[in-house]
Design a protein around this ligand. Sequence first.
Ligand SMILES: Cc1cc2nc3c(=O)[nH]c(=O)nc-3n(C[C@H](O)[C@H](O)[C@H](O)COP(=O)(O)OP(=O)(O)OC[C@H]3O[C@@H](n4cnc5c(N)ncnc54)[C@H](O)[C@@H]3O)c2cc1C
Length: 340
Amino acid sequence: MVLVDKDNFPRAKPCGGGVPMGTIKRFPYLKDSDFIEAYAYGGFIHSPSLKYRIEFHGEKPVVAMVARERFDHGLALIAVDNGAQLLDGKQVKDIHISPDNAEITLEDQTTISSDVVIGADGIPSTIARKSGLTPQNKKVNVCVFQEYKVDEKTLDEYATTERVGHLHLMYENIPGYAWLFPKKDCVNIGVGEFMPFRKHTTKKVNLIEMYNSYFKMLQQDKLIPKDLKIGKVKGGSVPIYPLEQTYSERLLLCGDAAGFINPVSGGGIHFAMVSGENAATVISNAFENENFKSSFLSRYQQLWMEEFGKDLRMFASFTNIWLRQAEKFIKIASTVILMK
Ligand SMILES: Cc1cc2nc3c(=O)[nH]c(=O)nc-3n(C[C@H](O)[C@H](O)[C@H](O)COP(=O)(O)OP(=O)(O)OC[C@H]3O[C@@H](n4cnc5c(N)ncnc54)[C@H](O)[C@@H]3O)c2cc1C
Protein backbone atom coordinates (compact mmCIF):
# COMPACT_ATOMS: atom_id res chain seq x y z
CA MET A 1 0.00 0.00 0.00
CA VAL A 2 1.28 3.46 -0.88
CA LEU A 3 0.09 6.53 1.02
CA VAL A 4 0.60 9.57 -1.22
CA ASP A 5 0.31 13.12 0.14
CA LYS A 6 1.20 16.43 -1.47
CA ASP A 7 2.53 17.82 1.83
CA ASN A 8 5.48 16.64 3.86
CA PHE A 9 4.52 15.18 7.25
CA PRO A 10 4.15 16.44 9.90
CA ARG A 11 1.96 18.99 8.11
CA ALA A 12 -0.55 21.62 9.27
CA LYS A 13 -4.26 21.28 8.46
CA PRO A 14 -6.81 24.09 8.88
CA CYS A 15 -8.97 22.79 11.73
CA GLY A 16 -10.42 23.61 15.15
CA GLY A 17 -9.12 20.26 16.42
CA GLY A 18 -12.28 19.24 18.32
CA VAL A 19 -12.81 15.47 18.23
CA PRO A 20 -16.08 14.00 19.56
CA MET A 21 -15.71 11.50 22.41
CA GLY A 22 -17.56 8.98 20.21
CA THR A 23 -14.51 8.97 17.92
CA ILE A 24 -12.21 8.12 20.82
CA LYS A 25 -14.57 5.33 21.84
CA ARG A 26 -14.71 4.02 18.28
CA PHE A 27 -10.90 4.14 17.84
CA PRO A 28 -9.61 3.41 21.36
CA TYR A 29 -5.95 3.51 20.29
CA LEU A 30 -6.32 7.31 20.13
CA LYS A 31 -6.79 7.41 23.89
CA ASP A 32 -3.73 5.38 24.80
CA SER A 33 -1.21 7.37 22.85
CA ASP A 34 -0.26 11.01 22.90
CA PHE A 35 -2.76 11.90 20.17
CA ILE A 36 -4.93 13.98 22.48
CA GLU A 37 -3.68 17.38 23.56
CA ALA A 38 -6.42 18.17 26.06
CA TYR A 39 -9.95 17.25 27.04
CA ALA A 40 -12.75 19.78 27.48
CA TYR A 41 -15.10 19.01 30.36
CA GLY A 42 -17.57 21.77 29.63
CA GLY A 43 -18.74 24.44 27.27
CA PHE A 44 -21.21 27.16 26.37
CA ILE A 45 -23.44 27.62 23.34
CA HIS A 46 -24.51 31.24 22.96
CA SER A 47 -27.61 32.59 21.20
CA PRO A 48 -27.25 35.09 18.31
CA SER A 49 -28.30 38.04 20.49
CA LEU A 50 -25.81 36.85 23.19
CA LYS A 51 -28.68 37.14 25.70
CA TYR A 52 -29.03 33.40 26.30
CA ARG A 53 -26.63 30.51 26.59
CA ILE A 54 -26.58 26.80 27.27
CA GLU A 55 -23.94 25.73 29.73
CA PHE A 56 -22.81 22.16 30.16
CA HIS A 57 -20.27 20.44 32.35
CA GLY A 58 -19.40 16.81 32.84
CA GLU A 59 -17.34 14.60 35.06
CA LYS A 60 -16.23 12.89 31.89
CA PRO A 61 -14.75 14.84 28.96
CA VAL A 62 -17.26 16.20 26.45
CA VAL A 63 -14.78 16.66 23.61
CA ALA A 64 -11.12 15.82 22.94
CA MET A 65 -8.84 18.52 21.55
CA VAL A 66 -6.07 17.59 19.12
CA ALA A 67 -3.27 19.39 17.27
CA ARG A 68 -3.78 18.24 13.70
CA GLU A 69 -0.08 18.36 12.89
CA ARG A 70 0.67 15.74 15.53
CA PHE A 71 -2.62 13.83 15.26
CA ASP A 72 -2.42 13.30 11.49
CA HIS A 73 1.27 12.46 11.62
CA GLY A 74 0.54 9.87 14.30
CA LEU A 75 -2.14 8.29 12.11
CA ALA A 76 0.20 8.21 9.09
CA LEU A 77 2.86 6.51 11.22
CA ILE A 78 0.38 3.82 12.29
CA ALA A 79 -0.20 3.08 8.58
CA VAL A 80 3.57 2.93 8.02
CA ASP A 81 4.04 0.59 11.03
CA ASN A 82 1.46 -1.66 9.40
CA GLY A 83 3.26 -1.89 6.08
CA ALA A 84 2.23 1.23 4.15
CA GLN A 85 4.85 3.20 2.24
CA LEU A 86 4.49 6.94 2.89
CA LEU A 87 5.23 8.96 -0.21
CA ASP A 88 4.84 12.53 1.05
CA GLY A 89 5.58 15.78 -0.75
CA LYS A 90 4.07 14.28 -3.95
CA GLN A 91 1.01 15.88 -5.49
CA VAL A 92 -1.44 13.71 -7.42
CA LYS A 93 -2.48 15.41 -10.65
CA ASP A 94 -4.61 12.81 -12.36
CA ILE A 95 -6.19 9.37 -12.15
CA HIS A 96 -6.89 6.91 -14.90
CA ILE A 97 -9.01 3.80 -14.36
CA SER A 98 -8.82 0.88 -16.79
CA PRO A 99 -10.29 -2.65 -16.53
CA ASP A 100 -6.87 -3.92 -15.33
CA ASN A 101 -5.67 -1.27 -12.91
CA ALA A 102 -5.97 2.22 -11.41
CA GLU A 103 -3.15 4.59 -12.20
CA ILE A 104 -2.39 7.93 -10.61
CA THR A 105 -0.09 10.51 -12.17
CA LEU A 106 2.07 12.67 -9.93
CA GLU A 107 3.17 16.25 -10.50
CA ASP A 108 6.52 15.10 -11.93
CA GLN A 109 4.61 12.91 -14.43
CA THR A 110 5.64 9.64 -12.76
CA THR A 111 2.79 7.16 -12.42
CA ILE A 112 1.81 4.65 -9.74
CA SER A 113 -0.28 1.69 -10.72
CA SER A 114 -2.45 -0.27 -8.26
CA ASP A 115 -5.54 -2.45 -8.03
CA VAL A 116 -7.59 0.23 -6.31
CA VAL A 117 -7.34 3.88 -5.18
CA ILE A 118 -8.86 5.51 -2.08
CA GLY A 119 -9.33 9.25 -2.68
CA ALA A 120 -8.92 10.76 0.80
CA ASP A 121 -7.46 14.00 -0.51
CA GLY A 122 -9.74 16.42 1.34
CA ILE A 123 -11.47 19.36 -0.23
CA PRO A 124 -11.33 20.15 -3.11
CA SER A 125 -10.44 16.57 -4.01
CA THR A 126 -8.42 16.11 -7.20
CA ILE A 127 -9.39 12.42 -7.27
CA ALA A 128 -13.13 13.16 -6.89
CA ARG A 129 -12.98 15.85 -9.57
CA LYS A 130 -10.87 13.91 -12.08
CA SER A 131 -12.98 10.78 -11.69
CA GLY A 132 -16.16 12.76 -12.37
CA LEU A 133 -17.74 11.99 -8.97
CA THR A 134 -17.85 15.68 -7.91
CA PRO A 135 -20.43 17.84 -9.70
CA GLN A 136 -18.99 20.92 -11.45
CA ASN A 137 -20.89 23.44 -9.34
CA LYS A 138 -20.14 21.84 -5.95
CA LYS A 139 -20.23 24.51 -3.23
CA VAL A 140 -18.19 24.55 -0.03
CA ASN A 141 -18.46 26.24 3.37
CA VAL A 142 -15.71 28.65 4.32
CA CYS A 143 -14.06 29.38 7.67
CA VAL A 144 -11.28 31.61 8.93
CA PHE A 145 -9.33 30.72 12.02
CA GLN A 146 -6.06 31.06 13.93
CA GLU A 147 -4.42 29.27 16.83
CA TYR A 148 -2.64 31.24 19.59
CA LYS A 149 -0.15 30.08 22.19
CA VAL A 150 -1.25 30.86 25.74
CA ASP A 151 0.77 29.39 28.57
CA GLU A 152 -0.99 26.67 30.50
CA LYS A 153 -1.27 28.58 33.76
CA THR A 154 -2.80 31.64 32.11
CA LEU A 155 -5.19 29.41 30.19
CA ASP A 156 -6.26 27.78 33.47
CA GLU A 157 -7.47 31.24 34.55
CA TYR A 158 -9.42 31.94 31.35
CA ALA A 159 -10.77 28.52 30.41
CA THR A 160 -10.39 26.82 33.81
CA THR A 161 -8.71 23.41 34.05
CA GLU A 162 -11.93 22.06 32.46
CA ARG A 163 -10.83 23.80 29.25
CA VAL A 164 -14.32 25.23 28.72
CA GLY A 165 -15.06 26.09 25.09
CA HIS A 166 -17.58 28.46 23.45
CA LEU A 167 -19.78 28.36 20.35
CA HIS A 168 -21.48 31.58 19.30
CA LEU A 169 -24.31 30.73 16.93
CA MET A 170 -25.09 33.16 14.10
CA TYR A 171 -22.47 35.50 15.51
CA GLU A 172 -23.40 39.03 14.30
CA ASN A 173 -26.03 37.25 12.22
CA ILE A 174 -23.61 35.43 9.96
CA PRO A 175 -25.31 32.24 8.81
CA GLY A 176 -22.94 30.01 10.76
CA TYR A 177 -21.05 30.29 14.01
CA ALA A 178 -17.88 31.41 15.75
CA TRP A 179 -15.84 29.26 18.12
CA LEU A 180 -13.30 29.45 20.90
CA PHE A 181 -11.63 26.10 21.63
CA PRO A 182 -9.05 26.13 24.43
CA LYS A 183 -6.52 23.31 24.19
CA LYS A 184 -3.57 22.49 26.46
CA ASP A 185 -1.47 25.62 25.93
CA CYS A 186 -3.23 27.36 23.06
CA VAL A 187 -6.63 28.58 21.91
CA ASN A 188 -8.19 27.99 18.52
CA ILE A 189 -10.47 30.84 17.43
CA GLY A 190 -12.52 30.78 14.26
CA VAL A 191 -15.58 31.96 12.37
CA GLY A 192 -17.40 29.83 9.82
CA GLU A 193 -20.21 30.48 7.40
CA PHE A 194 -22.76 27.94 6.23
CA MET A 195 -23.25 29.12 2.67
CA PRO A 196 -26.49 27.28 1.85
CA PHE A 197 -28.15 29.17 4.66
CA ARG A 198 -27.06 32.57 3.42
CA LYS A 199 -30.54 33.18 2.11
CA HIS A 200 -31.73 33.45 5.69
CA THR A 201 -29.86 36.68 6.22
CA THR A 202 -29.54 39.79 4.14
CA LYS A 203 -26.19 40.59 5.72
CA LYS A 204 -23.18 40.80 3.40
CA VAL A 205 -20.54 38.63 5.04
CA ASN A 206 -16.90 39.63 5.40
CA LEU A 207 -15.44 36.79 7.45
CA ILE A 208 -12.20 38.62 8.26
CA GLU A 209 -14.10 41.61 9.68
CA MET A 210 -16.28 39.17 11.63
CA TYR A 211 -13.18 37.47 12.97
CA ASN A 212 -11.68 40.76 14.14
CA SER A 213 -14.90 41.73 15.88
CA TYR A 214 -15.23 38.26 17.46
CA PHE A 215 -11.67 38.40 18.77
CA LYS A 216 -12.39 41.80 20.37
CA MET A 217 -15.58 40.50 21.93
CA LEU A 218 -13.76 37.51 23.44
CA GLN A 219 -11.25 39.92 24.98
CA GLN A 220 -14.00 42.21 26.31
CA ASP A 221 -15.77 39.21 27.83
CA LYS A 222 -12.47 38.09 29.43
CA LEU A 223 -12.54 34.75 27.66
CA ILE A 224 -9.03 35.29 26.27
CA PRO A 225 -6.16 37.40 27.65
CA LYS A 226 -6.37 41.14 26.98
CA ASP A 227 -2.77 41.25 25.76
CA LEU A 228 -3.23 38.44 23.21
CA LYS A 229 -2.35 39.90 19.79
CA ILE A 230 -4.69 39.06 16.94
CA GLY A 231 -2.86 37.07 14.26
CA LYS A 232 -3.19 36.83 10.50
CA VAL A 233 -6.11 34.50 9.93
CA LYS A 234 -5.94 31.38 7.81
CA GLY A 235 -8.76 30.22 5.57
CA GLY A 236 -10.20 26.78 5.13
CA SER A 237 -13.18 25.12 3.55
CA VAL A 238 -15.44 22.26 4.53
CA PRO A 239 -17.87 20.28 2.40
CA ILE A 240 -21.59 20.90 2.68
CA TYR A 241 -23.12 17.46 2.02
CA PRO A 242 -22.06 14.00 0.84
CA LEU A 243 -21.62 13.23 -2.84
CA GLU A 244 -24.40 11.23 -4.47
CA GLN A 245 -21.93 8.46 -5.27
CA THR A 246 -18.68 7.80 -3.41
CA TYR A 247 -17.39 4.80 -5.40
CA SER A 248 -16.75 3.73 -8.97
CA GLU A 249 -14.67 1.03 -10.60
CA ARG A 250 -11.40 0.59 -8.63
CA LEU A 251 -12.09 3.78 -6.65
CA LEU A 252 -13.52 4.84 -3.27
CA LEU A 253 -13.74 8.34 -1.76
CA CYS A 254 -13.40 8.98 1.99
CA GLY A 255 -13.67 11.93 4.38
CA ASP A 256 -13.96 15.47 3.02
CA ALA A 257 -13.32 14.19 -0.52
CA ALA A 258 -16.67 12.38 -0.26
CA GLY A 259 -18.34 15.39 1.42
CA PHE A 260 -18.70 13.81 4.87
CA ILE A 261 -19.26 16.62 7.36
CA ASN A 262 -21.56 17.20 10.29
CA PRO A 263 -23.62 20.14 8.96
CA VAL A 264 -24.44 21.32 12.48
CA SER A 265 -20.93 21.39 13.92
CA GLY A 266 -18.73 21.50 10.79
CA GLY A 267 -16.84 18.51 12.22
CA GLY A 268 -15.47 15.92 9.83
CA ILE A 269 -12.65 14.05 11.61
CA HIS A 270 -15.02 11.35 12.88
CA PHE A 271 -16.52 10.66 9.45
CA ALA A 272 -13.09 10.72 7.77
CA MET A 273 -11.86 8.02 10.16
CA VAL A 274 -15.00 5.88 10.07
CA SER A 275 -15.28 6.05 6.27
CA GLY A 276 -11.59 5.11 6.05
CA GLU A 277 -12.31 1.99 8.08
CA ASN A 278 -15.41 1.22 5.96
CA ALA A 279 -13.29 1.55 2.82
CA ALA A 280 -10.63 -0.79 4.26
CA THR A 281 -13.29 -3.43 5.00
CA VAL A 282 -14.68 -3.31 1.48
CA ILE A 283 -11.28 -3.28 -0.20
CA SER A 284 -10.13 -6.24 1.85
CA ASN A 285 -13.20 -8.15 0.56
CA ALA A 286 -12.45 -6.94 -2.96
CA PHE A 287 -8.94 -8.45 -2.78
CA GLU A 288 -10.32 -11.73 -1.42
CA ASN A 289 -12.80 -11.89 -4.29
CA GLU A 290 -10.48 -10.29 -6.87
CA ASN A 291 -13.35 -8.02 -7.76
CA PHE A 292 -12.81 -4.25 -8.06
CA LYS A 293 -15.91 -3.54 -10.11
CA SER A 294 -18.14 -0.62 -9.22
CA SER A 295 -21.03 -2.97 -8.35
CA PHE A 296 -18.84 -4.83 -5.81
CA LEU A 297 -17.41 -1.64 -4.29
CA SER A 298 -20.92 -0.16 -3.91
CA ARG A 299 -21.04 -2.02 -0.57
CA TYR A 300 -18.88 0.85 0.72
CA GLN A 301 -21.72 3.33 0.22
CA GLN A 302 -24.09 1.00 2.08
CA LEU A 303 -21.67 0.79 5.01
CA TRP A 304 -21.24 4.52 5.52
CA MET A 305 -24.93 5.20 4.88
CA GLU A 306 -25.81 2.71 7.63
CA GLU A 307 -23.23 4.01 10.04
CA PHE A 308 -23.58 7.79 9.69
CA GLY A 309 -25.08 8.76 6.30
CA LYS A 310 -28.68 8.76 7.50
CA ASP A 311 -27.69 10.90 10.49
CA LEU A 312 -25.94 13.39 8.23
CA ARG A 313 -29.11 13.77 6.17
CA MET A 314 -31.17 14.27 9.32
CA PHE A 315 -28.65 16.82 10.64
CA ALA A 316 -28.71 18.66 7.30
CA SER A 317 -32.45 19.29 7.52
CA PHE A 318 -32.03 20.20 11.18
CA THR A 319 -29.26 22.77 10.54
CA ASN A 320 -31.60 24.90 8.52
CA ILE A 321 -34.12 25.09 11.36
CA TRP A 322 -31.42 25.24 14.05
CA LEU A 323 -29.76 28.32 12.61
CA ARG A 324 -32.97 30.17 11.79
CA GLN A 325 -34.46 29.44 15.20
CA ALA A 326 -31.18 29.50 17.16
CA GLU A 327 -32.33 32.34 19.43
CA LYS A 328 -35.49 30.49 20.46
CA PHE A 329 -33.73 27.13 20.88
CA ILE A 330 -31.05 28.55 23.13
CA LYS A 331 -33.57 30.61 25.09
CA ILE A 332 -35.61 27.51 25.88
CA ALA A 333 -32.62 25.24 26.43
CA SER A 334 -30.84 27.81 28.63
CA THR A 335 -33.30 27.00 31.39
CA VAL A 336 -31.73 23.54 31.55
CA ILE A 337 -28.20 23.57 32.88
CA LEU A 338 -26.40 20.28 33.05
CA MET A 339 -24.26 20.30 36.15
CA LYS A 340 -21.57 17.94 37.36
C1 LIG B 1 -11.23 25.93 9.82
C2 LIG B 1 -11.70 24.51 9.98
C3 LIG B 1 -12.03 24.04 11.25
C4 LIG B 1 -12.42 22.70 11.42
N1 LIG B 1 -12.64 22.25 12.69
C5 LIG B 1 -12.97 20.95 12.88
C6 LIG B 1 -13.10 20.44 14.20
O1 LIG B 1 -12.91 21.14 15.21
N2 LIG B 1 -13.45 19.11 14.34
C7 LIG B 1 -13.65 18.29 13.27
O2 LIG B 1 -13.96 17.10 13.44
N3 LIG B 1 -13.48 18.76 12.00
C8 LIG B 1 -13.15 20.05 11.78
N4 LIG B 1 -12.94 20.51 10.50
C9 LIG B 1 -13.13 19.58 9.38
C10 LIG B 1 -11.96 18.60 9.32
O3 LIG B 1 -10.74 19.34 9.28
C11 LIG B 1 -12.07 17.70 8.08
O4 LIG B 1 -13.37 17.18 8.00
C12 LIG B 1 -11.07 16.55 8.13
O5 LIG B 1 -9.75 17.04 8.15
C13 LIG B 1 -11.24 15.64 6.91
O6 LIG B 1 -10.17 14.72 6.86
P1 LIG B 1 -9.69 14.15 5.45
O7 LIG B 1 -8.63 13.15 5.77
O8 LIG B 1 -10.85 13.73 4.65
O9 LIG B 1 -9.05 15.38 4.69
P2 LIG B 1 -7.77 16.26 5.09
O10 LIG B 1 -7.56 16.25 6.53
O11 LIG B 1 -7.97 17.56 4.38
O12 LIG B 1 -6.55 15.47 4.43
C14 LIG B 1 -6.42 15.44 3.03
C15 LIG B 1 -4.97 15.18 2.70
O13 LIG B 1 -4.86 15.04 1.29
C16 LIG B 1 -3.71 15.74 0.84
N5 LIG B 1 -3.96 16.13 -0.56
C17 LIG B 1 -4.86 17.00 -1.04
N6 LIG B 1 -4.80 17.07 -2.37
C18 LIG B 1 -3.83 16.22 -2.75
C19 LIG B 1 -3.27 15.85 -4.01
N7 LIG B 1 -3.72 16.36 -5.15
N8 LIG B 1 -2.25 14.95 -4.03
C20 LIG B 1 -1.76 14.40 -2.87
N9 LIG B 1 -2.26 14.73 -1.65
C21 LIG B 1 -3.27 15.61 -1.59
C22 LIG B 1 -3.60 16.94 1.77
O14 LIG B 1 -2.26 17.42 1.83
C23 LIG B 1 -4.04 16.32 3.10
O15 LIG B 1 -2.95 15.82 3.84
C24 LIG B 1 -12.55 21.84 10.30
C25 LIG B 1 -12.24 22.32 9.02
C26 LIG B 1 -11.82 23.63 8.86
C27 LIG B 1 -11.48 24.12 7.49
